[in-house]
Write a protein that binds this ligand. Structure first.
Ligand code: HEM
Length: 545
């Protein structure tokens, strides 16, 4: 149906209203007063001190002094672009489902007449805002869909598993991977003791480590990178029925990587290699494209897998559930102002629209708190949703009020409910008329702090990944392990990586890694850690790259 069609330009029109183009205009103060001289401060006498009265100096300097805002606590370095998403007409969902409406009522995914405006931000995870692009790291792939039913944020990464299983572990992971707190080294990569110390003591990280040591961590270009929602989400149809879903972005240009020697040369020449790449191709009119694919499965299928679909360190193998393409995304416009758009965009996995819902993945559940919380710190106010890049194109109407930097002028006497005097009182929308309704999942259990037994297998999928690699790809992984672990000072960390993690993935792999980093190769799968005096300093400095 053409009902409620959203033109991709709708977000641009909205942004146009706040765009300022200073070309050819006269210089004014922030208060609109024309300014005659912006190079010289007002002085008491020819060579005298500057005078407090100089309102132009005070304003110019104050604005400058307050230009910086906190960088994101993770994913600080990134870049972004505008574009649109459009569902395919009648996508093939296999034998189980006739059409997309059978699994979701989200119009952004079902209405093929509709182009939904999007803003995408790609990022590295570890480095600070000014760090380099071509480091060994996971890449963020976050998409904000400005749908007619409100904003939907698909806040994904370029690798399908994750490091940890429970959000409770996230601060530890990030403290381990960020620059070491005493010396601030290294600024933007995984190569250091604290990260590998944490990894070697956290077997659940093994699957993700295999991806991080692979070429996936060195994308050739953002437009040649896959994206994954990582968690299992839910889709919900008009009848309130739900299936599970994994989201996949597939680049039209294919998935390509750099090799390590290229990355180090590139980052010596330019720290902006991936940022510039995206900007330049869009400016030149080669608009990058991705296909959105879904893996759809129901509770019964989920129960039959030999892993838990709520465990974010696991993927759903495509041999079990194929990826079905349901639409495409095109990025066709660069930002006008990096700060206003790329820096101020605020994604949140909790921004969902009717037809899309959460699973009980304990990592996802924790993210639902973290993003809003961190954005209070980053923006200093709850009103970041009024910033142009974050504003929905869907109408907003509620009793939320005031706060720092409030921009809306809410009319009327009434900002409470129930009331009898407001004629513009926000009314709740019944679920059947499009109001968001959380999927009524049956939950029955004891309140416990635990890790489900179904989250226990940390090695099967890591092995699956290793076995799926060609020999050159395997060699890349081994070389990466040599480089990374060769930079680790403490021998016991290198040993734990080999014996406690890699030897459980694949014995040959563990031996190949051991041989390059001065660790005694394990003799058989399942070998215990070698027992020796770990105080020996000659061991710990051996074989450093
Ligand atoms: C950014 C927390 C896991 C993808 C962030 C930020 C925080 C955060 C605090 C900064 C947000 C901001 O300042 O606007 C967490 C926590 C996690 C978690 C607590 C686990 C418990 C994940 C996972 C993914 C992911 C599993 C991928 C599926 C991203 C992306 C960004 C981001 C792409 C950057 C968004 C942007 O470009 O602005 N995360 N994260 N995170 N996170 Fe996570």
């Amino acid at each position: 149906s053409h009902d409620g069609e959203v033109d991709e330009s709708s977000k641009h029109d909205q942004l146009d209203e706040v765009r300022e183009n200073p070309e050819g205009e006269e210089l004014t103060s922030d208060h609109g007063v024309k300014i005659s001289d912006t190079d010289n401060s007002l002085k008491a006498g020819e060579r005298g001190p500057t005078i407090m009265e100089d309102f132009h100096f005070r304003e110019k300097m104050t604005q400058f002094d307050h230009e910086s805002i906190p960088e994101r606590v993770v994913h600080a370095r990134g870049t972004g672009a505008h574009g649109y998403f459009q569902p395919y007409e009648d996508p093939d969902l296999g034998d189980e489902y006739d059409d997309i409406e059978e699994v979701t009522k989200a119009k952004v995914l079902t209405n093929s007449d509709q182009k939904t405006p999007v803003f995408v931000r790609f990022s590295t995870v570890v480095g600070s805002r000014g760090s380099s692009d071509t480091v060994r790291d996971v890449r963020g792939f976050a998409t904000k869909f400005y749908t007619e039913e409100g904003n939907w944020d698909l806040v994904g990464n370029n690798m399908p598993p994750f490091f940890i299983q429970d959000a409770m572990e996230f601060p530890d992971l990030v403290h381990a991977i960020k620059p070491e707190p005493d010396d601030g080294i290294p600024q933007a990569s995984a190569a250091h003791d604290t990260f590998w110390d944490f990894a070697s003591l956290k077997p659940e990280i093994t699957h993700m480590i295999m991806w991080v040591l692979s070429g996936r961590a060195l994308p050739r270009a953002y437009r040649m990178m896959q994206g994954f929602g990582v968690h299992t989400f839910r889709l919900v149809n008009d009848d309130g029925e739900s299936v599970f879903v994994k989201f996949h972005w597939t680049p039209k240009l294919g998935t390509h990587q750099l090799v390590w020697d290229e990355t180090t040369k590139l980052w010596g020449k330019s720290s902006d290699f991936n940022r510039k790449g995206l900007y330049d191709v869009i400016e030149e009119g080669y608009d990058p494209e991705w296909e959105l694919g879904v893996q759809i499965f129901d509770e019964e299928q989920a129960e039959a897998f030999d892993f838990d679909v709520l465990d974010p360190t696991k993927i759903v193998p495509e041999t079990e559930v194929p990826v079905r393409p349901i639409g495409k995304m095109v990025l066709n416009e660069t930002p006008d102002n990096f700060f206003a758009e790329v820096e101020q965009v605020a994604f949140h996995p909790g921004n969902v629209v009717p037809g899309i819902d959460f699973s009980n993945d304990p990592l996802l559940q924790g993210r639902l708190f973290s993003y809003q919380d961190t954005q209070l710190n980053r923006f200093g106010s709850a009103n970041w949703d009024e910033i142009p890049i974050n504003r929905p194109i869907a109408e907003r109407h509620n009793n939320q009020r005031a706060g720092f930097m409030r921009q809306e002028i809410n009319e009327g006497k009434v900002s409470y409910k129930p009331n009898s005097i407001g004629d513009d009182d926000p009314q709740e929308v019944p679920a059947e008329e499009g109001g968001y309704e959380h999927y009524a999942e049956k939950i029955d259990g004891k309140k416990i702090r635990n890790r489900s037994d179904s989250f226990e297998d940390h090695f099967t999928q890591a092995r699956l990944f290793w076995n799926s690699m060609s020999e050159p790809e395997k060699q890349n992984i081994v070389d990466a392990a040599h480089f990374e672990l060769g930079k680790v000072d403490r021998m016991e960390i290198r040993e734990r990586m080999v014996y406690d993690l890699f030897n459980n993935v694949d014995h040959e792999f563990a031996k190949r890694v051991a041989e390059g980093i001065g660790v005694e190769p394990p003799e058989s799968p399942g070998d215990e850690l070698p027992d020796h005096d770990r105080e020996d300093p000659s061991l710990s400095m051996e074989n450093r790259t």
